[in-house]
Design a protein around this ligand. Sequence first.
Ligand code: HEC
Length: 640
Amino acid sequence: MLEGVFVFWVLIAWPAFRRVDAAQGLRSRLDRRLFALAWWCLVVAFVTGGAWLFILGSQMSGMPISAVLPAGVLGIVLTQTHFGEAWLIRLALALILAGCLAVQRFTRIQLPTVIGALAAAVFVASLAWAGHGAAAEEVPFDAIHLPADILHLLATGAWLGALLPLGLLLAEARREGSAGAVTAAQAATLRFSTLGLTCVGTLLVTGIVNTWFLAGTVPALIGTLYGQLLLVKVALFLAMIAVASRNRRQFIPRLTDIAGKTADRLLAVVHLRRNVLTEAGIGVFVLAIVGVIGILPPGLHTEPSWPLPFRLDFGEIAPRIQAVLWVVVFAFAVCIVVAMITAWLRRPRIVAVSVAGLIVVVVIGCVAAWPGIVRAYPTSYYASTQPYSAPSVARGAPLYVANCTPCHGADGRGDGPLAASLPTRPADLTESHLFAHKIGDIFWWVSNGSDNHVMPGFAGKLTSDQRWDLINFVFARTAGIIADQATSHVTTASAPPLPDFAFEQNGAQNTLSQTLKSGPVLIVLYAARAPRARLDRLAGSVPRLAGAGLHIIAVRLGSSPAKAPLVVDVSDDVRTMLDLFRTSSDGGETELMLDRNGSVRARWTASRNGGLADTATLLSDAVLVARIPVAAANHAGHAH
Ligand code: HEC
């Protein structure tokens, strides 16, 4: 509101009154009310700003609010935190604003108000540093998000904040009722209209940018409280625009009709004032929602609870139909834009045509998307809370034996002792089909049972983290079984990845995922005695292989303590997990070439036909494997 009052003075009231000498009485009365408004705003800003400082100090120190001041917490918060820095800057700005208001009261030069307008703009923009945009760490994020946040705040202040001053002006103009007052009201309203359009455009663009960063996906938008509040906010914003456009189309033309009677124009002023106050009232609700949203974690950082029993799975739609869908989306957007523009220009026939087009496009879209409509559960869009890694897999293994073996069998092939007595055969959990499911759907079945209730839910028996561990174990075991089918020829078929694991090499800690960032990895697994000759040969070719980006990690799965070249130290969890990627029929060592995603692309064993690869083959294979694109996110998703 502070920003709005100053913007109103500088951009609207002064230029509007400059032309109308007859309205000087109106002007001084308006000024008096605006001064009062600005002072009240400052008082509220001081009081709530102080409260904010105390509450934060209490939160940071864990002390009750009454103890914050005697304990000297405020000094620490103010001098040693970013919040404190921003708070002091804001305090200085508030004092400058108070100074500007005090000086402006007694002078006719307008410099203090111009300075005040700038200070108020910085005061409002500085709120962005308390928001999510400033907390972002990724660089491209920061570069757009923070400026978008600042523009969003400035546009809100200028538009929403100037609504009440405009309402005051219209009220004063009506009270005065003279031709001069109406002319001043007209000039101000026209100027405000331009300001409003500029601000609304800015709000739309920056709002879309912020939504993208903080909600980002449809599930996050409709499945989290954050996203739902955001949608309510957008709806209220649209309601404000509807009121504003009614003003523009209906009342402003009446007000600016110079040939019209003053009484008619005054009536337009009355309508305008009412609508402007309605807009401001809706704006208060928008701000209240923003206040709640501000203390919630953003949509992308909470698990969305999907509210519908179905969802759209693009992968289920044939590629050619997918192309049709893109055209449909484009046509949909075109129809909407055309309908809106022609409605604005009052061309009912073209509006009717574009609405008909809209209906046709929606029908085509529904038919085309139909095969992609699949069953969905509240947890469908959950991401695993447990990273897909050796410790989680190791925790999941005994849970599987205790809970799942009776039906799914020790090896997961659906042949447990209870299997024969069940009305439906337990699923074979070793098929690659498992990976076609959304991980959130699997989480739902394991938590709440299968749709036909033959499989029970385990939500009451296992914690959510344990259920994720179980799923990681089942995935790792199936990944191992699928990897066993890889041959010495590099395959590009879709393949599930190896879980991440930590190891120690030459005294330094490292992880598989870290190593994969710089290129493919050859994993050498052996059970009993170290294959000395092979490891020596590989160690000798390390410089050449490193040239192709290939790293080598050798892991001893058995318990023989021998030290050998390239062998890394790992925990027992890692050995148990890696054992899933080796079969008992593999004599001697097993070698796996992993792409940068961690998926097994080629596999050699000493006992199989062709034996192990020579250096030249490893080199050319590494080049091939390095070219396989990294999947954007594997099924293990990302955990926060
Ligand atoms: C009482 C027997 C029983 C137990 C115990 C059981 N399941 Fe199942 N499970 C089934 C049956 C039967 C199905 C097939 C359901 C269907 O077709 O609708 C199934 C299906 C599944 C599926 C879906 C696979 C797919 O591809 O459709 C997963 C995943 C699964 N079970 C995991 C587990 C896990 C993990 C455990 C242990 C926590 C477990 N199940 C315990 C009987 C069982």
